[in-house]
Unconditional design. Structure first.
Length: 196
């Protein structure tokens, strides 16, 4: 999986007042956990843009006052009105410790149902997976080559080597529904047939 580098600096004080002051300076209060101790630090909001505002997921090469950590973003909070980032939790990674992450779904192939005028509906954009960091992928491929109108691909049909998919097996990832134009054409045809 791709990595992105982010630099931060230790927070001396941890509290609401300190967090407010950091945000005023254009910084985001963050915490790194999963290791021996929690590390409180801050990062300039502008440096988080490529990590947050993207459908992709990344490992993070985190440098806090020169000390290096490998991490993933675990949780993010946005301001309810301004939509600015107000806090991020990072989880430290270890090669021998499984991690739980949300990995984007990528479509491959072309659905025959869509060629016939059906509408492709994506129900799940990311799958929740568990595995060692070395086995986590940039995306999970779902092939559409056999997807006809009225058919779906469910979580149970997807398997990824060395990864456990944690979503419910019955959940639908993608489906092809009859488009309105096709439904109207079928209804008109049925009406015509009834007249005969």
């Amino acid at each position: 999986m791709k990595s992105i580098s982010i630099s931060g600096s230790h927070r001396e004080n941890v509290g609401k007042r300190d967090a407010k002051e950091l945000r005023y300076q254009g910084k985001v209060p963050c915490v790194l956990y999963g290791g021996k101790e929690q590390i409180h630090f801050s990062v300039f909001e502008a440096d988080l843009r490529d990590l947050v505002y993207t459908p992709s997921v990344y490992f993070i090469d985190l440098s806090i006052d020169g000390k290096k950590y490998k991490a993933v973003m675990q949780d993010i909070q946005f301001h309810p009105v301004l939509d600015t980032i107000i806090h991020i939790d990072f989880l430290e990674l270890f090669e021998d410790k499984p991690v739980v992450m949300h990995v984007p779904v990528r479509f491959t192939g072309y659905s025959p149902g869509v060629k016939m005028g059906g509408k492709l509906i994506q129900k799940i954009k990311k799958l929740k997976v568990k595995g060692l960091p070395k086995d986590i992928l940039d995306g999970i491929d779902v092939n559409l080559d056999t997807l006809d109108i009225g058919k779906s691909v469910r979580v149970s049909e997807i398997s990824v080597p060395n990864l456990q998919i944690l979503d419910a097996k019955a959940n639908t990832i993608v489906t092809v529904e009859t488009s309105r134009a096709l439904r109207e054409a079928a209804a008109a045809e049925a009406k015509e047939a009834a007249k005969k």
